[in-house]
Design a protein around this ligand. Structure first.
Ligand SMILES: Cc1cc2nc3c(=O)[nH]c(=O)nc-3n(C[C@H](O)[C@H](O)[C@H](O)COP(=O)(O)OP(=O)(O)OC[C@H]3O[C@@H](n4cnc5c(N)ncnc54)[C@H](O)[C@@H]3O)c2cc1C
Length: 515
């Protein structure tokens, strides 16, 4: 008889550890289920990374899945609504240079091709503004829903901006108080192994040896189990994505009633880009850059200059975080799987890290092996899936850089053919003749769908060549109606949706209707 898998030990209490604990505990009803036990071990001496404020719409499903109230979450985590990313200065750096990557797909996506109709509007017409109503909502600082829209439901697809430290505390309370996760503050100093190489237990001064059947490594950049214990190396991608340092700062609004942007603002600079995220009580701002293309002092000055120009009234001392862009060659090895920064991190562009944590935790939970014998099969499938996903993340992030016409060395180097992954280069060839479509991304749960590629591709100024033969999806009349629908929807929503700050204040004081 095989031994059933009973004890799951998660090491690390950052967003990765608590999201994984929450998903596993709620899916497997751990509070009332004696067959599974989840213990989260967290060092009292090692702080969480404390950044990571942008999420994807998938976070709504995740929070609902683990039984969180959206109103409580928004109030406790200083959260706001996010509908898009707005990229400024990436194409040329000129004043008018910007485009949106919204969370809603182009109107009628997959049924009608709006690209030829948009091209006919001329150079000045921005793709996203024509094919989606959402950029206009962002430009006008509108919320993605009304005060009467129930929790997690949307008028316009949305995600959140949040305070990473508060998010960890909130998840911890929910997991421990409501879902039955056991919390063990203890610093892991050593690993005890079985003869076959599986991890038997974690050695800690506070709680002795903590034994388990499955160990989930959520120890952040230190990757204590997967890297330090098992020696699984990184697949480094710094030859493709050059940013290797971040400077992070928090600044108050000049006026506490200033509007809260309902998008992440990403502004290109000489050696990287600056993120700007609006929470209800402060902004989170940071410069991600390549240290081969600028000095840390210059980078600091670039960030402070941005803050001054954007109206900040205080000058914070930014915190420097070294990045080592890459992902583990294997994520699940023996009875240990890494989730979060311990599995890898490339850079914050497009905020894919928390989404990948959600996907990892969901796959571990859905495929949770009932015993050790089946674990190797699950592990192989997990590794294949996530190797594919990391590859697609790298491709998609590179797309933002590879098409830029900016003149600084960082951007020139980013256009070098040998820095562009083969798969992306091939797709760029193909997209000269037809738009990105579903067949280019065949996975059932692609991290970035074809719609996202269209937004960035055309936002960055890529213009396809006129097709030599008609495309099946080209229906000029349907496309004309599509563009008309976008304009009408934008007008209707602008008239009916509150300002982002207004809705957030309402949620914080009165809550949203619960379903
Ligand atoms: C600059 C920057 C910006 C980012 N922006 C975004 C973003 O906008 N969107 C997004 O999705 N992601 C973003 N990320 C990524 C995001 O921050 C992380 O994916 C997320 O916070 C998860 O971190 P973690 O839980 O893996 O690690 P951490 O938060 O570092 O947690 C590690 C945990 O391990 C514990 N630990 C470590 N060593 C031991 C030990 N020996 N014994 C016991 N416990 C131990 C620590 O105590 C801690 O609890 C960003 C990252 C960076 C660096």
């Amino acid at each position: 008889m095989s031994t059933p898998l009973r004890d799951i030990v998660i090491v690390g209490g950052g967003s990765a550890g608590w999201l994984t604990a929450g998903i596993l505990a709620s899916d497997h009803r751990v509070r009332d289920n004696p067959a599974v036990r989840i213990t989260l071990v967290e060092s009292p001496d090692v702080r969480t990374i404390g950044v990571g404020e942008g999420t994807w719409p998938s976070m709504r499903d995740t929070l609902r899945r683990i039984g969180v109230s959206e109103s409580e979450f928004i109030a406790s985590c200083n959260a706001s609504f996010k509908q898009a990313s707005r990229f400024a200065g990436w194409r040329s750096g000129e004043a008018e240079d910007h485009y949106y990557h919204p969370f809603s797909a182009p109107q009628g996506f997959g049924e009608v091709n709006l690209v030829p109709a948009w091209l006919r509007l001329g150079e000045q017409a921005r793709f996203a503004d024509q094919v989606s109503f959402q950029p206009r909502l962002c430009e006008h600082g509108r919320a993605p829903k009304q005060k009467v829209t129930p929790e997690f439901a949307a008028v316009a697809n949305y995600a959140y901006h949040l305070d990473a430290v508060k998010f960890g505390d909130f998840l911890q309370a929910h997991c421990v108080d409501r879902l039955g996760v056991r919390y063990q503050p203890a610093h892991v100093q050593g690993i005890r192994a079985h003869e076959n190489g599986d991890i038997a237990g974690l050695e800690t001064p506070e709680a002795g040896t903590i034994a388990g059947d499955l160990f989930i490594d959520c120890t952040g950049f230190s990757s204590l189990l997967l890297h330090r214990h098992y020696g699984i190396p990184l697949e480094r991608v710094s030859n493709i994505l050059f940013c290797d340092t971040a400077l992070a700062a928090q600044v108050p609004y000049a006026d506490p009633n200033d509007p809260i942007a309902s998008h992440t603002l990403g502004t290109a600079r000489a050696a990287g880009w600056i993120w700007d995220i609006g929470l209800p009580t402060r902004r989170g701002v940071g410069y991600v850059y390549s240290s081969a293309h600028t000095s840390h002092e210059q980078a600091r000055e670039t960030l402070l200059d941005y803050l001054r120009r954007s109206g900040a009234t205080v000058e914070p001392e930014p915190r420097r975080i070294e990045l080592n862009p890459g992902y583990r060659k294997t994520f699940w090895h023996r009875n240990c799987v890494a989730v979060g920064l311990s599995a890898g991190f490339v850079e914050p562009l497009e905020a894919s890290a928390l989404a990948l944590i959600e996907l990892s935790a969901k796959m571990i939970s859905d495929d949770l092996p009932p015993n050790r014998e089946l674990m190797d099969v699950v592990a192989r499938r997990f590794n294949d899936r996530f190797r594919y996903r990391w590859g697609r993340i790298v491709d998609f992030l590179k797309l933002h850089y590879a098409l830029s016409g900016r003149g600084e060395q960082f951007w020139v180097d980013n256009r070098r053919a040998d820095s562009i992954p083969d798969r992306l280069r091939e797709l760029l060839e193909l997209w000269r003749f037809r738009p990105p479509g579903g067949r280019d991304f065949p996975d059932t749960e692609e991290v970035f769908p074809a719609a996202s590629y269209q937004y960035v591709l055309y936002g960055m100024g890529f213009r396809p060549e006129p097709p030599s033969h008609p495309l099946r999806l080209d229906d000029p009349e349907a496309a004309r109606r599509g563009l008309q629908t976008v304009a009408q929807t934008a007008r209707k929503y602008l008239a009916g949706l509150p300002a982002n700050r207004e809705l957030i204040e309402h949620v914080r004081t009165q809550g949203l209707p619960r379903v």
